[in-house]
Design a protein around this ligand. Structure first.
Ligand code: GLA
Length: 474
């Protein structure tokens, strides 16, 4: 293993290291490692795509077309609604921001002059930074972006623009980059795209990287080496674009659950699977469904990028996005993927999801966040009931993973095997706190429960209940 460390004196906490982590038996041999010190907890912010897509007509839609004005006004609104205090700090531009051609002389990317006038993207970055927020932007590891704009590979050539574009991002003071995966052969992506993260690291500017090429590989049935994604991206998409509908949320849940025992091993501080944007505050979800998306994305420790119009969002949607208790579960330092550990499928359909979280109890074992999902889309609210011992034990892989993350962070230490044994044999009791309560802190439901008991919660159809279990200390 060969390692090269580049330390920037500008940012004390920001350590760049370019690590050749794996020699993999593939034609291109070497994979570059990414350890940029970013995204230690899942990133939170706003992203344009799901709500504003590629609207270019600023005459007809002056407030919602992809333009400087959209991003600066959304940044203003983030501040006005106190979103940074809840952790939402990134404002992300998606596709359709550039001209259709690169600069003929320098080959650099050029922001669309009509929609990004007066200083282009770098002026937007300056404004967003002046509000204490961060700016993200979009590109693609093919020769065109998904919407047909210039991307990071040179068309009809084996060369790329990785270094040139990474330097442009540094010059514009970009904080985050989404590297899509259209217009590149998926198996080739795994070999070529990691070099873009190396180019970003070389700029010595801390730029968080979201990759989308793993999704296209999965989509086309190619076998993925997830450690390549984890070594070269801070986040990566693994499933279809989210849409503003409950069926889209359900499909994302099912796909995640199907792969959860693989994902849990690679998901963690600095490297997250990304189920795509939160569509809370748009047109397609009921209040219960919005709560469900927020709770599941939180229990998965998924990036929380909302895509909505914060200038006209309803109070109830905003309250869901600002639920401190769920956000705390999302941002929990153990940083594990919560797992679906219980399912009832008779005439009803219910699922239980469990995530080990801090604090550790006096025997140095984690607490738990639990989400019950009622998948019925007909009928009244129902009592959903799972045997506590079973659903907690079902999170064994997540507990083991939590131990690894805790060890790496050197802040919390625990013995996963001991904790799993204790769940099998002991009769621990827990206090149950309601994470949906509109109070500042989770509300004690005064229904202490024991590992031998069933945990019963009333759940709306197409809705969830979310609770946290803290051990009752003897
Ligand atoms: C793909 C991505 C979306 C969005 C669009 C832009 O579909 O999955 O998230 O970035 O491209 O064209």
């Amino acid at each position: 293993m060969l390692a090269r460390q580049v330390t920037s004196s500008i940012m004390k906490s920001f350590v760049l290291s370019i690590t050749l982590l794996n020699f993999i038996s593939q034609p291109f041999g070497i994979v570059f490692g990414l350890e940029n010190g970013l995204a230690k907890t899942p990133p939170m912010g706003w992203l344009a795509w799901a709500r504003f897509t590629c609207e270019l007509d600023c005459d007809k839609y002056p407030d919602t077309c992809i333009s400087s004005q959209l991003f600066t006004s959304m940044a203003d609104q983030m501040v006005k609604l106190n979103m940074p205090q809840f952790g939402y700090t990134y404002v992300n531009i998606d596709d359709c921001w550039s001209e259709k051609e690169r600069d003929p002389k320098t080959q650099a990317l050029v922001p669309n002059a009509t929609r990004f006038p007066n200083g282009g993207v770098s002026a937007v970055a300056e404004y967003v930074h002046s509000l204490g927020l961060k700016l993200g932007i979009y590109g693609d590891c093919g020769d065109l972006t998904c919407a047909g704009y210039p991307a990071q590979l040179k068309p009809n050539s084996s060369e790329d623009y990785f270094e040139l574009d990474a330097n442009t991002m540094k010059e514009w003071e970009i904080d985050s980059f989404k590297l899509d995966g259209c217009f590149i052969d998926p198996p080739v992506a795994e070999k070529r795209c990691p070099a873009f993260s190396t180019a970003l690291l070389k700029t010595k500017r801390p730029i968080m990287l979201t990759c989308e090429w793993p999704f296209y590989m999965m989509y086309s049935g190619d076998e993925i080496n997830w450690s390549v994604a984890a070594d070269s991206c801070n986040l990566w998409r693994y499933y279809d674009d989210i849409e503003d509908s409950w069926s889209s949320i359900i499909n994302t849940i099912d796909y995640t659950v199907k792969n959860q025992h693989i994902f849990v091993k690679y998901h963690g501080p600095g490297h997250w699977f990304d189920p795509d944007q939160l569509v809370i505050g748009n047109f397609g979800l009921s209040e219960s469904e919005e709560e469900a998306q927020m709770a599941l994305w939180s229990i998965w420790a998924a990036p929380l990028y909302m895509s909505n119009d914060l200038r006209s969002i309803s109070e109830s949607s905003l309250a869901i996005l600002q639920n401190r208790n769920l956000i705390a579960v999302n941002q929990d330092k153990l940083g594990v993927l919560g797992l679906m550990t219980g399912e009832i499928k008779d005439k009803n359909h219910y699922q239980a999801f469990v995530k080990p979280v801090l604090p550790l109890d006096t025997s140095k074992c984690p607490s738990f966040a639990i989400v019950y999902l009622n998948r019925n889309s007909l009928g009244d609210s129902k009592v959903v009931s799972f045997k506590l011992r079973n659903i907690l034990l079902g999170s064994k892989d997540a507990i083991e993973q939590a131990q690894k993350h805790a060890k790496k962070q050197q802040e919390y230490e625990f013995d996963a095997n001991k904790c799993i044994e204790a769940l099998k044999q002991e009769n621990k009791s827990y206090k149950v706190y309601d994470l949906l309560a509109s109070t500042e802190t989770a509300q004690d439901l005064k229904m202490d429960t024991n590992l031998n008991d069933n945990l019963d919660l009333v759940v709306n159809p197409s809705g969830i209940r979310a609770v946290k279990l803290l051990r009752v200390e003897a």
